[in-house]
Design a protein around this ligand. Structure first.
Ligand code: NAD
Length: 437
């Protein structure tokens, strides 16, 4: 099949590469000329395990090309995916600027029957919205269909998720249109769920809202654990062993961040209100999440007292492991809040430093190892649960710190280990290990 993917971000680039890998001819379009120039040279705009190799391989085989020429991409292909950003607007609704711009451009160049597929996460009703834009602006009397095909990949495992998805959701206006998409995805042999367009759009929001709910739920449980002296990691293990509950997304911590959950929860609340409904439960989920950083900051300040001149080592900056994505990363909130009270920082992240720099105070020192970050620090703060942090020689870290104190926002170490090694350790939803001073 000939496929055009518009938007080469985390979703568009991975989608394009995977379709090419499945043997399709794919052109990826972006209006960021630097990104496209780099991609032509196989230089990736993002970090995603396995992506570079897959892009390079398919470029060399001639199945994957990159361009800024949207008109050409539309004309030469039968299926056009829209995978541009849909950030939150100030009122919590979805900013549809990029989708609208792309739909208008598609309308200007559509010259025969095409299937337009919304892969961006878009509010229910966007299928009709895109259809309306193309109808009003098309220059030739041609037929087209608009399909919803929401994306469920996770940054950090995007390639694997795309090759082995739990399900593929196709919201199409008719069975015939759905069949074209089924054919494209058939080689994956994944379960396919065919729905109407609006239901497919809703599936994406309902899924993200549910996962956000699990996170806020366990974080609310963590708060109680802190007060009653229980250990939330054990509570989550006990709960998650029940198949009806499941252990995924039951990790207490600093709450959800990243480019999806924060905006998608707000968007669903906004949609509910727009249609005269309420979603009090989801509003509580958002509120619980917004309280995570202030609570963590309070725990730090309660132990450290006056922060002026205190030196923190920060382990991890990205919003989660295995990505360089800093959108809505908790590290930004935490570091900037502590810096405002006079704290100083040395930070380490395996890959997201360049993305983080513009978001953090200018005097943050960036180091090339976790051990360098710990040297002379009054305390360490763990912001991202990178795997390499779990295997650190903690004795070496302890011996070079000014005070062997760790604030762990991700609960990556066991209480036993920290106690045995003589650390002071303040984590989430567990008792504090502190020495009398
Ligand atoms: P992104 O910001 O990484 O990428 C968007 C790309 O679109 C950018 O490269 C931008 O230059 C390009 N673009 C914007 N306007 C354009 C135009 N007019 N013409 C051509 N290109 C244009 O975004 P993303 O993280 O890939 O997310 C894309 C969509 O997928 C969003 O709706 C998001 O909610 C959804 N989604 C994201 C994830 C994720 O983990 N990132 C997962 C599932 C769904």
């Amino acid at each position: 099949m000939n496929v055009c993917v518009i938007g080469t971000g985390y979703v568009g680039l991975v989608t394009g590469a995977v379709f090419a890998e499945l043997g399709n001819d794919v052109v990826c379009v972006d209006n960021n000329a630097t990104k496209i120039d780099n991609l032509k040279k196989s230089i990736m705009p993002i970090y995603e395990p396995g992506l570079e190799e897959m892009v390079r391989r398919n470029q060399e085989d001639g199945r994957l090309t990159f361009t800024t020429d949207l008109a050409d991409g539309v004309k030469r292909n039968d299926v056009i995916f829209i995978a541009v950003g849909t950030p939150a607007a100030d009122d919590g609704s979805t900013d549809m600027r990029f989708v609208e711009a792309v739909a208008t451009e598609i309308a200007a160049h559509i010259d025969r029957y095409k299937i337009i597929v919304n892969k961006s996460t878009v509010p229910p009703g966007t299928g009709d919205f895109v259809r309306g834009i193309i109808e009003r602006n098309k220059r030739r009397q041609v037929e087209f269909d608009v399909v919803s095909n929401p994306e469920f990949l996770k940054e950090g495992s995007a390639i694997t998720d795309s090759l082995q998805p739990d399900r593929i959701v196709i919201g199409a206006p008719s069975q015939n249109v759905a069949m074209a998409l089924l054919e494209l995805y058939a080689p994956l042999e994944a379960p396919m769920i065919i729905t109407d367009v609006t239901s497919a759009e809703m599936i994406k929001y309902a899924s993200n809202a549910f996962l956000a709910t699990k996170i806020s739920f366990i974080n609310a449980v963590a708060n109680i654990c802190e007060s009653i002296g229980a250990d939330v990691t054990l509570v989550a293990k006990g709960m998650g062993s029940d198949k009806r509950i499941g252990k995924e997304f039951l990790m207490a911590g600093l709450g959800y961040g990243g480019s999806c959950f924060p905006k998608d929860t707000l968007s669903l609340i906004h949609t509910a209100k727009k249609f005269g409904e309420t979603f009090d439960m989801l509003e509580a989920v958002v509120k619980t999440n917004s309280e995570r950083t202030p609570r963590f900051l309070k725990r730090i300040k309660d132990v450290m007292g006056d922060l002026k001149g205190k030196k923190f080592g920060v382990l991890g900056l990205a919003f989660k492991p295995d990505t360089d994505d800093m959108r809505d990363a908790k590290s930004v909130e935490v570091i900037n809040a502590l810096a405002a009270e006079g704290a100083k920082f040395a930070a380490y992240d395996p890959i997201s430093v360049e993305n983080a720099k513009p978001m953090l105070p200018a005097d943050v020192e960036y180091k090339d190892s976790p051990y360098a970050v710990a040297e002379g620090a009054d305390a360490l703060i763990i912001m991202t649960e990178w795997k390499e942090f779990k295997g650190l020689k903690l004795e070496n870290i302890r011996d070079t710190m000014k005070r062997p104190l760790i604030f762990d926002g991700r609960n990556i170490y066991t209480m036993d280990r920290m106690e045995r090694l003589g650390f002071e350790y303040v984590s989430i939803g567990r008792r504090k290990l502190l020495k009398k001073r």
